[in-house]
Design a protein around this ligand. Structure first.
Ligand SMILES: O=P(O)(O)OC[C@H]1O[C@H](OP(=O)(O)OP(=O)(O)O)[C@H](O)[C@@H]1O
Ligand SMILES: Nc1nc2[nH]cnc2c(=O)[nH]1
Length: 180
């Protein structure tokens, strides 16, 4: 945990997030309207709040599963080495899958996870990210649906942490160091 004092400035309000999720769900329902039972895969830990709001708004028959991937640890910099700390409980072969990510930054996490899940021969595999930082991308990955495209700021809240804190903020905020 960093000892350096920081403040959090609100960037995207809880209300704006809820409104955007409603819009995204219209598009996702359309894409999966003929699917029997969609497998919605949340990438832990950051997506736990987003997936909870998303599946309740989606109003489709879904199965929820989780995969835990980590590349940042407690740091603000990606290690670029994605570790799978917890695998899915269920099989996805032949199943339609929606991967739910909180943020795509360098893109290493999403690229690694999509590669892993593709190797299991799912049906349709689609991805959604609440936040996208295109200016930071180091890989050729893009989520099929994006909530908000944001500038190069380190963000927290709505599931997303800084050194495991601030995940419980209801909004997205950016971290600022007043001493710099
Ligand atoms: O596009 P990238 O540069 O790979 O960054 C995105 C990933 O970074 C964060 O995960 P983290 O490793 O911090 O784990 P966490 O979700 O458990 O907080 C975030 O939740 C994304 O999964
Ligand atoms: N907390 C946090 N984790 C990230 N992982 C990748 N980008 C970010 C970010 O902006 N904030």
């Amino acid at each position: 945990m960093s000892e350096r004092p920081y403040v959090i400035d609100e960037m995207i309000s809880a209300k704006a997030i809820a409104a955007r999720i409603e819009e995204l769900c219209v598009a996702i329902r359309e894409e999966f309207r003929d699917t029997d039972k969609l497998v919605v895969v949340g990438l832990l830990r950051g997506s736990f709040v987003f997936i909870a709001d998303l599946v309740r708004e989606l109003d489709l028959p879904v199965e929820v599963d989780f995969l835990e991937a980590s590349s940042y640890g407690d740091s603000m910099e990606s290690s670029r080495e994605v570790r799978i700390l917890k695998d899915l409980r269920g099989q996805i072969e032949g199943r339609d899958v929606l991967v739910v990510e909180d943020i795509v930054d360098t893109g290493h996490t999403l690229k690694h996870v999509v590669g892993l899940l593709e190797s299991r021969n799912p049906g349709r595999l689609r991805t959604i990210a609440l936040l996208d930082k295109p200016s930071r991308r180091e890989t050729d990955v893009t989520a099929d649906w994006i909530g908000f495209s944001i500038p190069d700021e380190f963000v927290v809240g709505y599931g997303i942490d800084y050194a495991q804190r601030n995940r419980n903020l209801p909004y997205i905020g950016k971290v600022r160091f007043p001493d710099s």
